[in-house]
Design a binder for this molecule. Structure first.
Ligand SMILES: Cc1cc2nc3c(=O)[nH]c(=O)nc-3n(C[C@H](O)[C@H](O)[C@H](O)COP(=O)(O)OP(=O)(O)OC[C@H]3O[C@@H](n4cnc5c(N)ncnc54)[C@H](O)[C@@H]3O)c2cc1C
Length: 469
């Protein structure tokens, strides 16, 4: 009898899952497995942050739980373990005499290291891996250029793929029962499910439950029920609330939603209801996601280096000053817009794209801190953390990526006036500044007297920024 392992990673879904479908096609029995690998759940980043912070741990655990429930509905199960993948999976393979390990392939270094370690262990017991694709809208094989020649800038990339490549339809999901494993295997407990460590008490802060079921509900709500997509382009730079942008990112990062399914739904909505600039713009943003993945594939580990993809000396020296950095990370810089965004991130694991751009620019260009510290902090805290998107965006803002402009400087007082003109967002996340005057919230240097008042328990700005005064 042919039996194989199906190793789930950040593809925690039944729909549009190439590895799952092929495993079912070629085997009489499959053993679906998820490993909470110590590399990601019990280790630290180079600057000492938890590699996966509490909010993402909880979110992933819920994704795993949901997948288990959905597999159980098809009569099978998801076997969950904690430890090192290259030890756990070969042990199951040996004990249950499987033939192959099926999985969707990853391309970034740490994920590849884990994949390679597993492959090596499997070879030692005479078994092999079978790799599959499906994280993006576009398949590498369909690109009109070899991935090594992927345009370094977004616009030519977008224009070429849009012109020459048709996005494939998502693969169907299995609906028939899957033969359960004919031998005993303990299903294993799912760790990190307790939400005690990340209760969200902020009514306007994002709180998402993980899993394909929730992801699909959100997709349906955002596009069909609420039709929020119709106004996406106008609203996407807002800061407060949960429907100014799609909030698909966390589901995309764990693979609970396939980008091809989102694309398909947008196209269906356009043909059955409305097609406008906003519906296109959501696809445009998904193209950014693909673009950063292809750039990572082309440039490899350079996206993780301080000099980035460009590899040239930095224009300004960047320091790894831990004391200053902690003020940024804790939302205590004394710059209200930065602090509001960082407090939101710390409380919820989410921050808007506008917020991310601003706090990243402030860290690099105003605080002159090493951008890698910021990127690692995001890696730890974000529930939607994705290596290519996170490091790609940080490269971009730090001016070490593929952006033709030297660096992306965000003038914060200008940004607040434009995107939070009444400072509603700032006041929400910084309740201690509820009574503070608007001009102080826009630009703390315009009213240095304010924080001297005993009424405000709020720090002085941690750096002086000449061009705001
Ligand atoms: C410094 C920095 C770090 C970031 N780190 C991450 C990260 O780790 N994970 C992550 O998913 N996004 C990251 N982003 C991109 C972006 O901020 C988030 O994808 C977005 O805010 C998620 O909210 P949403 O799903 O409502 O986005 P929407 O505006 O609804 O966009 C829809 C989808 O398009 C994609 N997208 C949107 N903006 C970008 C972008 N700038 N780059 C690439 N893809 C994009 C995402 O998949 C998103 O879910 C980062 C941006 C910056 C500036």
């Amino acid at each position: 009898m042919k039996r194989s392992i199906l190793w789930f990673r950040n593809d925690l879904r039944l729909h549009d899952n190439e590895a799952l479908l092929d495993a079912l096609k070629h085997n009489e029995e499959i053993i679906p497995v998820y490993v909470f690998d110590d590399r990601f759940f019990k280790s630290k980043t180079k600057f000492g942050f938890e590699k996966t912070g509490a909010a993402r741990k909880r979110f992933i655990a819920e994704c795993v739980q949901d997948l288990r429930q959905n597999l159980k509905k098809l009569s099978t199960n998801l076997y969950v373990r904690e430890g090192l993948t290259e030890e756990i999976i070969p042990e199951i393979a040996r004990q249950y005499k499987t033939s192959y390990v099926y999985c969707n392939r990853d391309r970034t270094q740490e994920e590849v290291d884990m994949q390679d370690a597993l492959e090596k262990s499997l070879w030692s017991i005479g078994q092999e891996m079978r790799y599959y694709r499906g994280k993006m809208l576009y398949y590498t094989a369909d690109l009109p250029f070899p991935v090594t020649h992927c345009p370094d800038q977004f616009t030519p990339f977008r224009k070429e793929v849009e012109k020459f490549v048709k996005i494939r339809s998502p693969l169907v999901e299995p609906t028939e029962n899957i033969k359960p494993l004919s031998e005993e295997l303990e299903e294993g407990e799912i760790p990190y499910l307790s939400s005690n460590n990340c209760n969200n008490t902020h009514d306007k802060g994002l709180y998402q439950s993980g899993g394909e079921t929730e992801g699909r509900k959100l997709l349906n709500k955002y596009i069909w029920t609420d039709q929020s997509i119709v106004e996406y382009k106008q609203l996407r730079n807002n800061l407060l609330g949960d429907s100014f942008s799609s909030k698909f990112s966390s589901y995309l990062s764990q693979g609970c939603l396939s980008p091809k399914l989102i694309y398909d739904e947008i196209k269906r909505f356009e043909s059955e209801r409305v097609s406008n600039e906003s519906t296109y713009w959501l696809v445009f943003q998904l193209l950014w996601r693909d673009y950063f993945r292809f750039i990572a594939k082309k440039h490899g580990n350079k996206i993780f280096y301080k000099k980035g993809i460009k590899g040239k000396p930095l224009r300004n020296k960047l320091y790894s000053n831990k004391v200053l950095f902690d003020k940024w990370a804790q939302g205590m810089t004394g710059i209200p817009f930065v602090d509001a965004n960082m407090r939101e991130l710390n409380a919820t694991g989410y921050m808007s794209n506008r917020g991310r751009q601003n706090v990243a620019s402030f860290l690099v260009h105003d605080m002159h801190l090493n951008w890698l510290m910021g990127a690692e902090y995001f890696e730890s805290k974000l529930i939607d953390y994705d290596p290519c998107t996170n490091y790609g965006n940080w490269n971009y803002i730090a001016g070490v990526g593929t952006d033709p402009r030297q660096d992306r400087y965000f003038n914060l007082p200008f940004q607040v006036k434009k995107y939070d003109p009444k400072a509603e967002y700032i006041r929400y996340w910084l309740p201690e500044l509820e009574e503070a005057p608007l001009d102080f919230l826009v630009n703390p240097f315009s009213r240095p007297d304010v924080t001297k008042s005993a009424a405000f328990d709020y720090p002085q700005p941690c750096v002086h920024i000449k061009n705001w005064t």
